[in-house]
Design a protein around this ligand. Structure first.
Ligand code: MN
Length: 709
């Protein structure tokens, strides 16, 4: 634990004018305030603010920041008040302590809406003064360093997730890479202890096996540069376990396949020397392609500058090398904190603040969603999207949510009457997946009703249950209408009177309550019109079957067989597959009732469906019957661009034949001297079969592209 005089000495080393007396008073005040409080480790609580101050001293921050670090938990955890602190330590310190206290009070809650709200508060609080954020990050860093003392696993996991999702990205955003790396590694060790252990033990193994890998490489690099008249400070380090793990995850590779687990910093005097050093290294070693990046001529958004390259270095080790000047190096390690040192008293107009100010403005006015998205890094909430109403209200939805979900989240009546959507001012399909920062305006009409297909485009329970409720009513209405028509036709054909009062008498024998129920049973096919007649006119003898009867018993049977592959159809209506989208088993499908033509099955993505958007009563919620379509073949259409060479068509047909499919139709389009387009209809079993064929075609050298449709 750092001692009182050591702390004061360390501050005076970089700020000779520091108010020694004030520092000492803060030290004593905090120690007394925390009294006998203990940390989870069993240490006196006061060790915590002291260590936090120590972290900030290493960043050489101003005295007000160091004093705030010492006092940062006194208002929250002790009887000390802000007024007291203002009286003893002045306005500036009181303002900073208040800022840090407020940040601590907005612990993230599980409630999603509150989380977003808190995040906004967090940003607002920190933009009041960047030092508040720096203290909060140092506070979080020390808490993470001592997290293993905390007994509750739940708490360790929650704190680690928060660190990973909120504090590490914030540290990165303001360029504090050292702190970001340490926060990520500490959180990683808690969240994935097995992976962390295994990477650590492999690193240890490498160290034991290769002895000190870093030193000989540093020496050789130094020599090579000195031979060319460049004096450089060179340091090597292993990559952090978390960044190794993430690379293994992202590229799906093993530890052994990692190209470079060691990286070297080459720090030189001037920008000119950076480029000269790069030239020397590139001529001395083989360069790994695709790895060179020049962040000196185009700095990163957080002001990071450096040249990056990777070479096969000394002893055939693949190494990453970063070349930069001393000033760039400090900014790279400390980010905004280094900037602070160079420009003491920098105002909020300084470059580092620009993104914060911009963010604040956007949050306040809720305009410019693209900018909002770009600046906030809201992606840190991986499983959520944040969107705005035109009035600027924030709506939080699960990732994958569409405009329909948004409409239902606003209000169920908005969802039920949604006719269209304007996203960021542009008309878009209602099934459009929303992205962070989208401004969403739902258009409604009293006459609009939910469409059964919507259910396929929604991810929220509220939207799904509302749509289902409506669809159930809707289906019933269809059955009632169909049942009434069937009753009318059959009675007319039998030369019997169509009398609704009379038909109602069938309710009890059918085991239902109302006239509508009777129609619904007839429409759904649960009872036949013959049964109805038998009940109403027991004496009546059936007339000879006529052509008008709907449906004919035989054709109904035939249709039933045709339709075996699909469930959710209305009995008596014939079914065929749309020629525009050629749906095959496995595709999401929807049925459209076509007057006089039965039901047409479309893929839910089919653009033709837009035409039926305003007649939801024609939409049928259908799906493939598992197992029933196995023996059947379905026509699928694919479009290809292929090279114009002899033998190309033969090669393609051979591939399709090998995949056990037949070509039904083949059409050439748009021939050019180099390429031509072909549209091919093939018969396939299902979507998996089709995908396998497309994959096989894509493997061919002669094929430029393959798409469905
Ligand atoms: Mn604290």
């Amino acid at each position: 634990m750092i001692r009182q005089y050591e702390l004061v000495e360390a501050v005076k080393a970089y700020d000779p004018n520091a108010d020694e007396d004030l520092l000492n008073r803060a030290y004593v005040f905090a120690m007394k305030a925390h009294g006998t409080q203990k940390r989870a480790s069993g240490d006196p609580y006061f060790t915590h603010p002291l260590e936090v101050a120590g972290i900030l001293v290493k960043m050489r921050l101003d005295v007000a920041t160091i004093i705030t670090a010492l006092l940062h938990d006194t208002v929250e955890d002790t009887i000390a008040t802000i007024e007291e602190i203002e009286k003893l330590f002045g306005k500036e310190v009181a303002f900073l302590v208040d800022g840090v206290t407020k940040l601590s009070q907005i612990e993230f809650q599980s409630d999603k809406a509150k989380q977003a709200e808190n995040f906004r508060k967090l940003l607002l609080a920190m933009s009041s003064d960047i030092r508040v954020l720096l203290i909060k990050l140092a506070d979080r860093l020390h808490n993470m360093r001592t997290l293993h003392f905390v007994k509750s696993e739940d708490k360790r996991i929650r704190v680690s997730q928060e660190t990973m999702e909120i504090y590490a990205p914030l540290a990165e955003r303001i360029g504090m890479h050292t702190i970001k790396d340490e926060l990520q590694d500490l959180a990683f060790a808690q969240l994935h202890p097995d992976a962390y252990e295994s990477i650590q033990s492999r690193l240890n193994f490498l160290r034991e096996q290769g002895g000190d890998l870093l030193k000989p490489i540093v020496e050789e690099l130094k020599e090579v540069l000195e031979e060319n008249g460049i004096k450089a400070f060179i340091a090597g380090r292993e990559k952090a376990p978390y960044s190794i793990w993430r690379k293994m995850q992202q590229k799906n590779i093993t530890f052994e396949q990692l190209p470079d687990i060691i990286a070297f910093r080459v720090v030189v005097e001037s920008i000119a020397e950076c480029y000269r050093a790069l030239g020397v290294i590139h001529s001395a070693y083989s360069v790994l392609p695709g790895r060179f990046k020049d962040y000196i001529s185009t700095p990163k958004q957080n002001n990071y500058q450096s040249l990056h390259t990777a070479v096969i270095g000394p002893n055939q080790h693949r190494i990453e090398i970063q070349i930069r000047t001393t000033e760039m190096d400090e900014i790279a390690e400390l980010g905004v904190a280094a900037h602070w040192q160079y420009k003491q008293g920098v105002t909020h107009d300084g470059h580092q603040y620009r993104w914060l100010r911009g963010l604040l403005d956007i949050l306040e006015s809720a305009e410019g969603p693209e900018e909002f998205l770009e600046h906030t890094k809201l992606e840190m909430f991986q499983d959520q999207v944040f969107c705005f109403t035109p009035k600027g209200d924030l709506i939080t939805l699960p990732r994958g949510a569409t405009a329909i979900d948004f409409a239902y989240a606003v209000h169920s009546s908005v969802g039920d009457h949604c006719t269209g959507v304007r996203i960021n001012g542009r008309m878009m399909p209602v099934r459009t997946e929303l992205e962070n920062g989208d401004q969403v305006e739902i258009l409604t009409s009293k006459s609009q009703h939910p469409s059964p297909t919507w259910e396929r485009f929604v991810v929220t329970g509220k939207a799904r249950s509302s749509i289902r409720k409506f669809v159930r009513q809707q289906m019933r209405q269809q059955f009632v209408d169909l049942g009434r028509t069937l009753a009318q036709k059959t009675l007319k054909q039998e030369h019997l009177e169509f009398n609704e009062k009379n038909i109602e008498h069938a309710a009890a024998p059918f085991g239902v309550k109302t006239l509508e129920d009777v129609y619904a049973y007839l429409g759904e096919g649960l009872k036949s019109t013959n049964e109805l007649i038998r009940i109403l006119y027991p004496e009546h003898k059936a007339a000879a079957p006529s052509k008008d009867e709907v449906p004919k018993p035989e054709s109904a049977k035939k249709i039933k067989e045709d339709a075996l592959a699909i469930s959710g159809l209305i009995p008596g209506l014939s079914v065929h597959f749309a020629g525009c989208c050629h749906p095959v088993p496995g595709d999401h499908i929807v049925g459209i009732v076509m007057t006089g033509k039965g039901v047409t099955i479309h893929a839910t993505e089919c653009d033709t469906l837009e035409r039926f958007m305003d007649t939801p009563e024609r939409w049928l919620d259908v799906s493939w019957n598992a197992g029933k379509h196995e023996k059947e073949r379905h026509v699928a259409r694919i479009s290809m661009v292929v090279v114009h060479q002899p033998g190309t068509v033969a090669a393609i047909t051979a591939i399709i034949a090998r995949e056990n499919a037949n070509i039904i139709n083949l059409q050439f389009k748009n021939r050019s001297p180099e390429f031509y387009e072909i549209s091919i209809d093939i018969d396939v079993n299902d979507i998996n079969h089709l995908m396998a064929i497309i994959a096989a075609l894509r493997m061919s050298q002669r094929v430029i592209s393959v798409e469905r449709g």
